[in-house]
Ligand binder design. Sequence first.
Ligand code: ZN
Length: 98
Amino acid sequence: MERTELKPCPFCGGKAKFERPIGEEPKVECYYPSYQTEGKYYLVQRFFIRCDKCRFRTIEFAVKLEINRDDLSLKESLDNCNDVKNFTEKWNRRADAE
Ligand SMILES: [Zn+2]
């Protein structure tokens, strides 16, 4: 499923996009859903949304992508990642719905 496009900046109408904090490498984290199951591995990267024109930016939020434990390749893409979808929805939620 395609990620929904970000709506333009609410202040100036400029193009908004996801950006990563400069110089910050993604981290690998392991989670154990329950005691006896195998841990799931995630690549954790922080993002924020910034307007190209007026440079307005949001707070940073963490995005977790599941990865294979053997070769650390991505199991899911940024486009179908729930964290990204949630934040896109929040950004796109406007008081004056179109
Ligand atoms: Zn703007």
